[in-house]
Write a protein that binds this ligand. Structure first.
Ligand code: ARG
Ligand code: ZN
Length: 819
């Protein structure tokens, strides 16, 4: 049985007979029994633990005075000795006994079946009828308030819904409750999945290593993923709450009813569930906008991970510490794999496949192979090659060239795929790549293809594939990888005219947006090569393309806001051979200013058009409007003009919601008006100092401020009363934001940013290894920078290694990135 150093074993008995001291042995993290055993027996094991001393936030710990648990992946063994593996499933009965006044609320999985009390203490027994692995166990004890509602399932059963939080946050639970009901309805409609217990509980805790956890019937959430109120929460955070609530709810089937055989299969539940929550959000809002957001995350952060020292397959083949594998690859690339299956099989057959999967494997612990086998069974297709997506790491590269033969009226596309070597995997095989494409004629009409449709799914399975279209009357403009139909890097020598053409005529939202991005990337890359700060005027064609976008922006404000945003520093970095931090920052800033200058009147007109006299509503159309309005304000503020400062100040003080207030604050903080910025930051602090989540935003905003001297400002933030070094949200807000987003300062050539991070990791590893290991990421990417920075970064990695006794979490990441 697995255990942990921190467990104190008080007694051990088998079928009522005490096991003598020589009947058991503790070796490292394992408890071994040295007695002969019957086939079935009852083991009683009494252990003592100290949740107060548990700063790792795994197992049972204290969050702001309330007891809570986090058992995925291997936290249960920090509560008691147990065969803590996901394929060991059991029915859990849990009795909690506690002081009545201090801990009036006592929760665990399943249904409350008995309770009682005396003068000072009370107890509750919970029983979960569904056998489950220990990683889904949860308990909570604390002084909590609760919002309550009911949901009637499609078969007519009433489910009690409860969301628990501290009393002061009771007014921030409405959005999560609505999101929960929407998710329950959606899973019934889209997947035919109904909830199975009589009660569904969510508890908000302030100290949490990750986002949230799908414990059976008792989800535990980071407050940042559940609390929402217009006054204190931005639209982006509202949407995050909605999607995380949905994600954890969807796990009830994809994760809990059907779980993972072992942790190598983590993407079985996570990739599938992310795909499900992505589709849910797409249905709730704009599908095209959601796709752009998801691809942006994948193409920057996941591609960077897949090109770095921690690159691993979606189904990893080995690990030292499983916590290090809750990654963008397992989650986001895993979701892309499920999406490709959906694309290849079509909606109807895919649904038959998921029906079969839930039916065939209900109550079992299974593998990604089992999932694909269901898809094979319903589609009668051989997906053997497709499964390489699970086992092969690295981002495939797809090179495309074309040729038009006017005499024969044929158009030929030649696709060549390859995957670069990754650590431990040098030989790569061709993958099964679904390529969605369309061809446009010079009037902007899509040309009918051999399948009679205006677009076609071409399946690329060989290293080289030739695709020929007949009866093409003129050289077309191809649109490739529509909807981002596969997680690959596409290379086709588009001309600027072709990209502008697609930006105007493409009907696929993602492809249209990407054409605009690639157009900007061309210009930015040329400027980055010249050091970034370039005074050359922007090409007229580019400015007029943006002018058209601005003129049409009010047709679809959410999409327009994305179209009018330049590629991020993170994306520009990811596609660089050697990342030139300063040139990237300066090129982007200069181009932003030039776009602001060239189209000043249009930005202002649109800003005013997007204004609203109405009071706040957190719905899609209003969110879109605010998003576009704030994009406009950002450009106007790039002009360093007191007129627009006044506009931002007005928005800051008059808005009735955090989205507008915080956007105004951000543009001023990042502007040249440093006195106004200071005043606004103080005013904001004054207004919101008692709202912990708002203070995270306040901290993060300053940590990301690119002005020089950032490191000393960051160090001052660590001393500020609103900061708390034990709270992962606060650590992330300051340290992670500085090291990941404030690139020009973190990568300063004095090496002090790197030294700062190393100091923090050495300190934090003793407190919370999971969080320490994640913070390490920016240093592990040293190979991507110039030789001077490489040496500085390596020196700090070396210093961490030499600092002494490291956790397995940090050691694994360090050793892989030094190899
Ligand atoms: N299963 C959780 C989710 O919904 C993630 C929990 C991971 N926690 C951890 N400590 N490794 O994605
Ligand atoms: Zn999950």
């Amino acid at each position: 049985m697995f255990g942990h150093d921190s467990l104190e074993l008080l007694s051990l008995s088998i079928d009522g007979v005490t096991v003598p001291d020589n009947g058991w042995l503790r070796q490292d993290e394992v408890l071994r029994l040295n007695v002969s055993l019957n086939d079935t027996f009852e083991l009683r094991c009494v252990t003592k633990i100290n949740p107060e001393a548990n700063t790792a936030l795994e197992g049972l710990y204290l969050s702001d005075g309330m007891f809570c648990t986090q058992c995925e992946a291997e936290g249960f063994r920090r509560i008691t000795f147990y065969p803590d593996r996901p394929d060991v499933m059991a029915v859990f009965t849990t009795t909690l006994i506690a002081n009545k006044n201090q801990y009036p609320v006592l929760l665990s999985n399943g249904n409350p079946v008995a309770q009682g009390s005396d003068e000072t203490s009370h107890w509750v027994t919970w029983q979960d009828p569904f056998p489950k692995p220990a990683y889904l166990f949860a308990l909570v004890a604390g002084d909590l308030s609760c919002a309550e509602d009911t949901f009637t399932t499609q078969s007519g059963r009433a489910v009690k819904l409860q969301i628990y939080a501290e009393a002061k946050d009771l007014d921030k639970l409405g959005h999560a409750m609505e999101s929960l009901k929407q998710s329950m309805r959606w899973d019934e409609r889209v997947y035919g999945r109904e909830y199975d217990l009589d009660i569904y509980m969510i508890v908000a805790v302030d100290f949490f290593n990750m986002g949230a956890m799908e414990n059976k019937g008792l989800n535990i959430f980071n407050t940042s993923c559940v609390l929402a109120h217009p006054r204190t929460t931005t639209d982006a955070a509202f949407q995050r709450v909605e999607s995380v609530v949905a994600h954890e709810y969807f796990h009830n089937w994809s994760g809990n009813r059907v779980t993972c055989r072992d942790w190598f299969q983590l993407s079985l539940k996570e990739g599938f569930t992310v795909f499900r929550d992505q589709c849910f959000s797409a249905d709730m809002h704009s599908a095209a906008v959601k796709r752009v957001e998801d691809v942006t995350l994948l193409r920057t952060a996941q591609f960077a991970e897949d090109a770095g020292p921690m690159s691993h397959p979606v189904r990893p083949a080995s690990f030292i510490e499983i916590s290090n594998f809750y990654t963008l690859t397992v989650y986001e690339k895993g979701a892309e794999i499920v999406r490709m299956l959906h694309t290849l099989l079509g909606e109807k057959v895919f649904r038959q496949g998921t029906d079969l999967y839930f039916d065939r494997h209900d109550g079992q612990a299974v593998t990604t192979d089992d999932f694909v086998a269901c898809m094979e069974a319903v589609s009668q297709r051989d997906l053997t090659q497709f499964k390489r997506w699970y086992s092969q790491a690295g981002t495939p590269r797809l090179d495309v060239v074309d040729e038009y033969n006017a005499g024969q009226q044929t158009y030929t596309l030649r696709f060549t795929q390859s995957t670069p070597p990754t650590p431990g995997q040098t030989d790569k095989q061709p993958l099964h790549i679904p390529m969605s494409l369309a061809l446009f004629d010079s009037t902007g009409q899509a040309i009918p293809l051999a399948n009679g449709q205006l677009s076609q799914l071409v399946e690329l399975t060989d290293e080289e594939t030739i695709f020929v279209v007949k009866g093409v009357l003129e050289k077309p403009t191809p649109s490739l990888l529509r909807g981002f139909s596969a997680p690959v890097k596409l290379f086709y020598p588009y001309t600027e005219e072709q990209l502008s053409f697609l930006l105007t005529h493409e009907t696929d939202g993602f492809a249209r947006w990407d054409a605009g991005q690639q157009l900007a990337v061309r210009l930015l890359q040329a400027r980055i090569l010249k050091g970034g700060e370039v005074d050359d005027a922007l090409p007229e064609a580019f400015v007029s393309a943006w002018q058209v976008l601005l003129e049409r922006a009010s047709d679809d404000p959410a999409m327009a806001s994305l179209l009018l945003t330049l590629p991020t520093e993170a994306y520009l970095s990811e596609i660089s051979t050697v990342i030139d931090v300063d040139a990237i920052f300066n090129a982007r800033r200069t181009m932003r200013r030039q776009l602001a200058q060239a189209l000043e009147a249009q930005w202002l007109t649109l800003y005013n058009e997007m204004g609203s006299e109405e009071s706040y509503r957190p719905d899609s159309s209003e969110m879109a409007r605010r998003s576009l309005k704030n994009t406009c304000l950002g450009y106007l503020m790039a002009l360093d003009s007191p007129t627009y400062l006044a506009l931002a100040e007005q928005q800051f003080s008059e808005s009735d919601n955090m989205t507008e207030q915080f956007a105004a604050l951000s543009t001023v903080v990042y502007s040249v008006f440093t006195d106004s910025a200071r005043e606004m930051l103080d005013e904001f602090l004054n207004q919101w100092q008692h709202e912990s989540l708002v203070m995270n935003q306040w901290l993060a905003l300053q940590a990301a401020d690119p002005k020089s001297g950032a490191l000393s400002r960051v160090k001052a933030l660590l001393e500020h009363p609103v900061y708390d070094s034990r709270n992962p949200n606060k650590l992330r807000a300051v340290i992670s934001t500085f090291c990941n987003q404030n690139t020009v300062n973190f990568h300063g050539l004095d090496g002090e940013g790197y030294r700062f991070l190393a100091d923090k990791i050495i300190e934090l590893d003793k407190q919370n290894p999971q969080v320490a290991s994640r913070l390490l990421t920016p240093l592990t990417r040293w190979k991507r920078y110039d030789s001077q920075r490489q040496a500085l970064m390596r020196a700090q990695l070396q210093r961490i290694i030499e600092s002494g006794d490291l956790s397995g979490d940090v050691y694994e990441v360090l050793s892989k990135s030094m190899a």
